[in-house]
Design a protein around this ligand. Structure first.
Ligand SMILES: NC(=O)c1ccc[n+]([C@@H]2O[C@H](COP(=O)([O-])OP(=O)(O)OC[C@H]3O[C@@H](n4cnc5c(N)ncnc54)[C@H](O)[C@@H]3O)[C@@H](O)[C@H]2O)c1
Length: 253
């Protein structure tokens, strides 16, 4: 089960954190992984790590807010591999700030990376996937998505994007269901990555978060990657339009 041999998978924001864990997990299951992020060198390091473990991967610089760059990278992937089977929309920014202080530029920047970037990559991926009538798109949302009765201070812009990702996922699943493409979201809880370094550095914030989690700990990037592998696999063939929360029980409290 969960064999991805022969599949081509592209992961955005894959130079560190969850994206890196996703890339490694997909490669471990046999996929050839296109590791993309804003820093090519860092992507190449991830490729080296994958290759050292016997996997296959290539690196590309890709800023997901730039449509021209998205087209260039997808064109190169199709030239090299002739197809794309799996897209993991993972690249994201989380820059918490009280709503009263949030500037228009800060609002827009978060929307551009976390929402527009997902749309552009998913749309281009789907155009390739329709050619083989098969594909998997996995959009990383969050428990901070505003639809589960839990709000997060300083997250107006971030939550707007993560809720938007779920709405977008459902619509894409409807529109692309007959094209053989499944589109699902994953809603991570608090996961130990560089994104939440400021929370880890503040014992009070850390305690507030882990106290709320029934498992009393943050999640590991690999625990999200396992869900990505599942949704990317043939075994998840009848799952589309869903959001899978992987949060150590946070939303159950
Ligand atoms: N860590 C958490 O607790 C948590 C919880 C829920 C959801 N998420 C989401 O998970 C995803 C991965 O986050 P992470 O925790 O691994 O954070 P991270 O900061 O470690 O990784 C995010 C990656 O996105 C990349 N990125 C940022 N802007 C980009 C752009 N314009 N183009 C391409 N890449 C860009 C960064 O360079 C970075 O490598 C994000 O979408 C995040 O919102 C994280």
């Amino acid at each position: 089960m969960f064999d991805l041999t022969g599949k081509i998978a592209l992961v955005t924001g894959a130079m560190r954190g969850m994206g890196k864990a996703d890339a490694i997990a997909l490669a471990t299951q046999g996929a050839t992984v296109v590791v993309t992020d804003i820093d090519l060198r860092a992507c190449e390091e991830v490729v080296k790590e994958i290759e050292a473990a016997g996997g296959k991967a290539v690196a590309f610089a890709l800023n997901v807010t730039d449509k021209k760059q998205i087209d260039q990278v997808f064109d190169a992937v199709i030239r090299q591999f002739k197809k794309l089977d799996i897209l993991v929309n993972n690249a994201g920014i989380f820059r918490p700030k009280p709503t009263l202080d949030l500037t228009e530029e800060e609002w827009q920047q978060t929307i551009d990376v976390n929402l527009k970037g997902y749309f552009l990559c998913a749309q281009r991926a789907a155009k390739e996937m329709t050619k083989q009538k098969k594909g998997r798109i996995i959009n990383i949302s969050s428990i901070a998505c505003g639809q589960v009765g839990v709000g997060f201070m300083g997250s107006a812009h971030y939550s707007a994007t993560k809720g938007g990702v779920i709405g977008m996922t459902e619509t894409m699943a409807l529109e692309w269901g007959t094209l053989g493409i499944t589109v699902n979201a994953i809603g991570p809880g608090a996961i130990d990555t560089p994104m939440v370094a400021m929370i880890k550095g503040d014992p009070a914030s850390m305690k507030a978060i882990t106290d709320r989690v029934p498992m009393k700990r943050m999640g590991k990037p690999e625990e999200i990657a396992a869900a990505v592998v599942f949704l990317a696999s043939d075994e998840a063939s009848y799952i589309t339009g869903a959001t899978l929360f992987v949060d150590g029980g946070y939303l159950a409290t």
